[in-house]
Write a protein that binds this ligand. Sequence first.
Ligand code: A2P
Length: 347
Amino acid sequence: MSKTYTVAILGATGAVGHELLELLESRHFPLAELKLLASPRSAGQTLAFKGENIAVEAVDENSFNNVDILLASAGGSTSQAWAHKAVDAGAVVIDNSSAFRMNPDVPLVVPEVNPDAVAKHKGIIANPNCTTILMAVAIYPLHQVKKIQRIVAATYQSASGAGAKAMAEVQAQASAILMGEKPPTDIFPYPLAFNLFPHNTPLNDMGYCEEEMKMVNETRKIFAAPDIRVTATCVRVPVLRAHSEAINLEFAEPFSAHEAREILNKAPGVKLVEDWQANYFPMPVDATGCDEVLVGRIREDISHPCGLELWLCGDQIRKGAALNAVQIAELLVEKNIVKPAPAIASR
Ligand code: A2P
């Protein structure tokens, strides 16, 4: 009989948690048991999985007994509080938060880019930032052919990146505005419906927000390219789900749009969406629910002889979070390395 695994989802009631459930079921992950964990607020709630209702438990010290893989998607502070306890209990943690991403002992993995990095885990593997995952899938195939020197990214990020409550808030804002009422702003600092604003994560001394610096630092780590130059402007837009990104790439030598298109047409995790006659290119509504990153509008940069422009859309909850995490879990199973190596050095 083939091996099966006990998997726990921490943050099962959230937007990414729901998608993790769906993916474990639809991708037939070899499960022995599935445990659903969240905050005490959700204890007793049930969630459907494979035709059964599974009760959600409040996470506590005993939650990780016999758990082989913990998929954590309950925010950075919750991961900080529980990840090491799960590792100590014998689980491998695939963490969707930013808590451990830049820790040198923690592999940061996009399976289409650096699958072999999973083997170096010491108990925790980090799932990268959503905008970074989507960009990495789309541009790494080009980087393999001619090294990228510089990336200039502008993002158009949906409400889903801020969680299920944020998605509901945008809908409530839209209804309120259409009714001529004041839109609620309990989750977002400003109305997002019929508006947009620069990503509202904390700013550093250089004026870059955290989200932008995640794209810079995480891309370097995933590509194992510490010198690659990256700059980004991240913007929250009134789209419910699926992020979009305008990417400008600079190479050391010219890269034709034709060659880039041929490469991306065969690239894992990428779907080319280009109808130049109809002016039809990737849109968030089309990317919603898709496993692939949709890429289009590939064109040579008229302002630089070695520049290339492209546009992408990807489902932030799926490939930007839950799918990437499940693919990492599948890699662990495939490589038969579920049990962690000795405890992680730095905490
Ligand atoms: P809960 O629903 O009980 O609050 P989203 O990113 O969509 O907002 O989801 C966040 C997820 O993280 C939810 O499942 C939420 O559970 C969970 N969560 C938030 N805070 C905690 C916590 N302190 N302990 C455990 N789970 C938490």
